[in-house]
Write a protein that binds this ligand. Structure first.
Ligand SMILES: *Cc1c(COP(=O)(O)O)cnc(C)c1O
Length: 429
């Protein structure tokens, strides 16, 4: 018989329960909500204290004047700071990413903004891998310089010496406060070698006396096929809009890391009003229950579709999918850091933009839209949409050409997706 504390148990004896199991129960006590098996949506802006003393205590904890009791970020005060639905999904995301703590925000960009504003100050430098998600590129390259925060970059995250020389050059401009990476990167699936990055940060710390904070956007694979916090990255950042939400019906984001590392991020979220609302939080608690089966099924279908494209008789295609990237260094890093492929990948044909558009127009199941990780399959032409704000020379450098087409494979039957691709190849070429 489950006792009253079973909702906070992540072990049976010595056996650690898997995230898949804990997504159904962890962090929610039915006994506090009339026995309701599923959490209600707590549609309230504020929470009543039992006594004014309790109110005072909650504010001490929230403001950081007193440490929070173990496993608790402080009492409930006001829904801009926290509420039960957001706390449930923060606990559950932490279990998946294997981090001590999580901070959920109203969008992926909100999560990135909270990280940047918590840790960067005028005069600092942020170094990024490239390319990043279009919105992140804009925030770092166009928005931050207005606050006197300069930028540096590296392109080949598998090349330790390129990363080191980029960081060293950046230290000449100011204090390098942060390295922000995306691995795998969208739309090319390129990787950053985390262990190599850690070695580079050790060297920079020795040389300058300051260790830059590392942040990895883990939207494409995490938390099912990749956890970055256990691999030494200080913070994982998520657009929950994508695979975690998984049904293209909400916008949300998150940051995972140690409680200490997240303290300023949580404070920034509260100060700027970036918290996620109860209803969307509840939808994510529902999505988390099916996350692993959705991601695993989509990845399996993605592999089948990629295989078909690689062997298609109509037009020779270069696949930017981990199963088909031949570089040995890439393979080693992929094997070390990831336990499976994302179902989002691209293929490159030697064609013009007009031909790419014709191909996309000929598809019937795939919807032409940005975003990824939903239950429906999507097709996107990054050079003219998500990456159109990136200068053409840079796009060439990253390999985002007019002939690059990105797919996000969803939960349709893979045979149907292949038939759709086949008829579009036939009709176009
Ligand atoms: C979508 C996305 C974001 C931004 O998230 P929003 O939820 O749209 O704000 C950031 N990074 C990656 C990799 C994304 O795909």
């Amino acid at each position: 018989m489950a006792n009253n504390d079973s909702y906070k148990k992540s072990k049976i004896g010595e056996h650690s329960l898997k995230p898949e199991t804990l997504m159904m129960s962890y962090g929610y006590n039915p006994q506090l909500s009339e026995g309701s098996v599923k959490p209600p949506v707590f549609l309230t802006s504020t929470f009543a204290y039992q006594t004014p003393e309790e109110g005072e205590e909650s504010f001490h904890i929230m403001a950081g004047r007193k440490p929070a009791p173990e496993g608790n970020v402080g009492g409930l005060i006001y829904s801009r700071f926290n509420h039960p639905n957001v706390e449930i999904i923060e606990d559950r995301l932490s279990l998946y990413e294997k981090s001590e703590s999580s901070v959920v925000c109203s969008s992926g960009m909100g999560a990135i903004s909270a990280i940047l504003l918590a840790y960067l100050r005028p005069g600092d430098v942020i170094v990024q891998s490239a390319p990043l998600y279009g919105g992140t590129e804009t925030l770092i390259r166009k928005f931050l310089p207005q606050f006197n925060i300069q930028t540096g970059e590296f392109i080949n995250g598998l090349d330790e010496s390129e990363m080191l020389s980029s960081l060293r050059a950046s230290t000449k401009k100011g204090r390098v406060a942060m390295v922000f990476i995306e691995s795998p990167a969208n739309p090319t699936n390129s990787l950053v070698d985390f262990a190599a990055l850690m070695r580079v940060l050790d060297i920079i710390e020795k040389e300058t006396g300051h260790r830059p904070i590392s942040v990895c956007d883990n939207t494409l694979m995490g938390p099912v096929f990749q956890q970055v916090v256990p691999q030494g990255i200080d913070m994982a950042m998520y657009s929950l809009t994508k695979y975690v939400g998984g049904h293209s019906d909400l916008v949300a984001g998150a940051v995972c890391g140690s409680r200490e590392m997240l303290r300023p991020v949580r404070a920034t979220r509260g100060a700027l009003g970036l918290n996620l609302d109860p209803h969307t939080s509840w939808m994510i608690s529902r999505s988390l229950e099916t996350l692993s089966i959705r991601m695993e099924r989509a990845a399996q279908s993605g592999r089948k579709v990629a295989q078909w494209i690689a062997e298609n008789p109509y037009r020779s295609a270069k696949l930017l999918h981990p199963d088909f990237i031949e570089d040995q260094e890439y393979k080693n890093v992929y094997k070390r850091q990831c336990s499976g492929p994302s179902s989002t990948f691209s293929f490159v044909l030697d064609i013009s933009k007009a031909e790419a558009f014709r191909f996309i127009n000929n598809l019937s199941i795939f919807k032409s839209a940005v975003s990824l990780g939903g239950s429906e399959s999507l097709v996107c032409h990054p050079a003219s949409t998500t990456h159109s704000g990136v200068a053409a020379e840079l796009r060439d450098l990253f390999g985002v050409s007019d002939g690059l087409i990105r797919l996000s494979i969803g939960l349709e039957h893979p045979d149907d997706l292949i038939i759709d691709l086949e008829q579009a190849f036939k009709a176009t070429f």
